[in-house]
Design a protein around this ligand. Structure first.
Ligand code: CUK
Ligand code: CUA
Length: 662
């Protein structure tokens, strides 16, 4: 602790000097400052040395850009948050599974309605989701900044987001399951997107009594094939593996040493359903039944071989989707189990692909499995099997080490100095431990009840270190609480320093960021300069659905209204501060196709198109074209207007839609 104090003293002197200098410069030109000198402000606000060091570590002057961008799951919002780091400024909420009014996401656009419809299940229109795990696309195991995927646990869906315009392009609904969990994770070249299941059910969710659980209920993992050319998941080239009715949990893709394989942890291998099938009178809560055994199973899956088997017709069909039967997986050597201690959570492959880290949840250890040892055991064969015939590699054969970290270990991330970081849910802390030495180095308290944690480039073959973000479920006393539903708390932690004399081993908490939208679960953090988003669409008349110019998009000069029987086509342009045409008249009952192009090409010159009465809200970014289609069922006078304050005469950017009942 002594050394830490000294370290901070030194840093704080430098930092305070910098702050004073900056203040002197700015006050020199007469701008002044609210509280006086930096020293006076520090004193008045009662800030400690550590506070000041933390403040200047994250303070990002106006106009200065962040070094990292974090993509955080939006949880039940069904969206994705884009957050700059280290400033922890929220830059955008990307509309994904839920309509998002500002982006006009899901409020009339024909192309977007098709995307939403493709995600519907069970005859229901879905406008919500429970997003858990975003995954950035990778090239050779490194984030490439091109695509982002995220799963919807509630409805077993995966979305594809294009990072050229940060817009959602696709939903795929899993045809064999209603919920998922171990998704999304990508293979090192983004050939496959993993979507593991969670709560076992008959594949295709057909009715089967719970008494038949052991035979009729199944687990699954689905492998979605990603086609970079088209920028879409190719549903026709995708497949699933049938698994025993254990509750598969978190998956990860192998890399380098373990490339071509995937792993998923599981729980409830007890197959508890709340009722004893042999004695229906005997009920027991699922939570008790599901944590009765000492071990569950790490699933080790040979993806490369499974893909071959699937491609060569080794599948049956469930709801038209190819599924490799469990028997085939066993016969072909696609699936192995390794015991994992007590209700595990999280399976994380180390950057070199040599080890798999599984956290105990109800066990204070993480268990580290050696990839070499697993392969050796598979090669040696002669393995016992579980009740379903799946070969089991003994824990002692596969185990490299166990490290006792604290209570409730969940998820693990990695840095560039050979450290691993594991979230401790029950202890509300992050533990830092050393790979290879398998030693706990220190831990830092977080507030409170951490779930995942995210490290800068932490899922790649070359993590950056520097920052780890704690994604906490609870915030209790950290913020003003707006009613009984509290914000959740993202905490930025500096992990650059290593100081064996401090309790935290040198890790320092820098910043608390309340997230007023829950529950985020996971995030990934990419170096900002790896992203190359467009500032405006490349050409006027751009269709974001196809990422190309739409041949018949309205352009300046060809605006107008065309009638063909009862079909009316409106070709409209938007430019500061004018819609053309400004008057559109149709007859009640006409079918209206309304095309709009924003012909502005300067940065930030977005126009909104809002038409109350017909429930239309679009956001037209520079160059973008959109189409809405509707039947003019309601007669009357409807004013459409621009909903983005685009110019001094923005309020004048409006027009009349007249629906004549005569
Ligand atoms: S799960 Cu939420 S804290 Cu969905 Cu990744 Cu572990
Ligand atoms: Cu266009 Cu306001």
């Amino acid at each position: 602790m002594k050394a830490a104090k000294k370290y901070w003293k030194g840093l704080v002197v430098v930092v305070a000097a910098m702050a004073m200098f900056a203040w002197a410069c700015s006050s020199g030109n007469g701008t002044g400052s609210v509280g006086g000198s930096a020293d006076e402000i520090i004193e008045e606000r009662g800030l400690t040395d550590e506070d000041v060091a933390a403040a200047v570590s994250t303070y990002t002057p106006s106009g200065v850009l962040d070094e990292y961008v974090m993509f955080a799951s939006g949880g039940h919002s069904g969206q994705v948050f884009v957050i700059g780091m280290p400033s922890m400024r929220l830059l955008k909420t990307i509309g994904v599974f839920t309509p998002e009014p500002w982006q006009g996401w899901g409020y009339g656009s024909v192309a977007q309605e098709e995307i939403f419809a493709s995600g519907n299940a069970g005859g229901q229109d879905l406008a919500w989701a429970d997003t858990h795990h975003p995954a950035l696309s990778e090239t050779e195991g490194d984030y490439d900044g091109e695509w982002l995927f995220i799963n919807d646990k509630a409805n077993a869906r995966v979305a594809t987001i294009d990072l050229r315009d940060f817009e959602t392009k696709q939903f795929v609904k899993n045809p064999i399951a209603l919920n998922d969990h171990g998704g999304t994770m990508v293979t090192p070249d983004t050939e496959w997107i993993i979507e593991g299941g969670q709560y076992a059910a008959p594949l295709g969710w057909e009715y089967a009594p719970l008494e038949s659980y052991n035979d009729e209920y199944k687990g699954m993992v689905t492998l979605w094939k990603f086609d970079r050319e088209s920028g879409r998941i190719d549903e026709n080239a995708s497949f699933a593996l049938e698994l025993p009715p254990y509750w598969q949990d978190l998956c990860d893709a192998g890399k380098l040493a373990s490339d071509g394989w995937i792993v998923c942890n599981s729980f409830n291998t007890e197959r508890a359903t709340g009722v004893d099938p042999a004695d229906p009178e005997n009920t027991e809560p699922i939570e008790a039944g599901a944590s009765a055994n000492e071990n569950d199973y790490l699933h080790v899956i040979n993806l490369e071989k499974a893909a071959e088997v699937a491609a060569n017709g080794g599948t049956t069909e469930v709801n038209g989707f190819p599924v490799v039967p469990l028997e085939t997986s066993i016969d072909e050597g696609l699936l192995y189990f390794v015991p994992e201690p007590k209700s595990p959570h999280g399976a994380d492959v180390t950057p070199d692909g040599e080890y798999i880290v599984v956290a105990g949840k109800l066990d204070p250890h993480v268990t580290i499995y050696s990839w070499d040892k697993i392969l050796g055991a598979i090669e040696a064969g002669d393995l016992e099997t579980d009740e379903y015939g799946v070969p089991i590699i003994p824990l002692d054969t596969a185990k490299e080490a166990q490290v006792e970290l604290g209570l409730g270990p969940l998820h693990t991330q990695f840095d560039d100095q050979g450290y691993a970081y594991t979230s401790l849910f029950l202890d509300s802390a992050i533990a830092r431990w050393k790979l290879g030495d398998w030693t706990l180095e220190g831990s830092i308290p977080v507030q409170y009840n951490i779930g995942h944690l995210a490290a800068a480039e932490g899922d790649t073959v070359s993590p950056d270190g520097k920052y780890v973000v704690a994604l906490n479920k609870w915030s209790i006393d950290r913020f003003f609480h707006p009613g009984p539903l509290y914000p959740q708390n993202f905490q930025l932690i500096d992990v650059t320093n290593v100081d064996p004399d401090s309790d935290t081993n040198g890790m320092q908490l820098l910043y608390d960021m309340p997230i007023g939208m829950g529950e985020p679960h996971y995030a990934q953090i990419i170096k900002a300069d790896k992203l190359e988003p467009w500032a405006v669409y490349p050409e006027v008349g751009w269709d974001p659905e196809t990422q190309s110019v739409k041949a018949d998009a309205p352009q300046a000069g060809n605006e107008g209204v065309v009638r063909d029987g009862n079909n009316v086509t409106v070709n409209m342009t938007a430019i500061r501060s004018h819609f053309a045409p400004e008057r559109v008249e149709v007859n009640q009952g006409d079918h209206v196709t309304w095309n709009i192009t924003n012909v502005d090409t300067s940065e930030d010159a977005t126009h909104g198109f809002a038409m109350p009465g017909y429930n239309i809200s679009l956001s037209l970014e520079p160059g973008e074209t959109q189409t809405v289609e509707f039947d003019a069922t309601q007669s009357g006078v409807f004013t459409y207007y621009c909903s983005e304050f685009c110019s001094a005469l923005h309020l004048e950017m409006a027009g009349y839609f007249l629906v004549n009942s005569g």
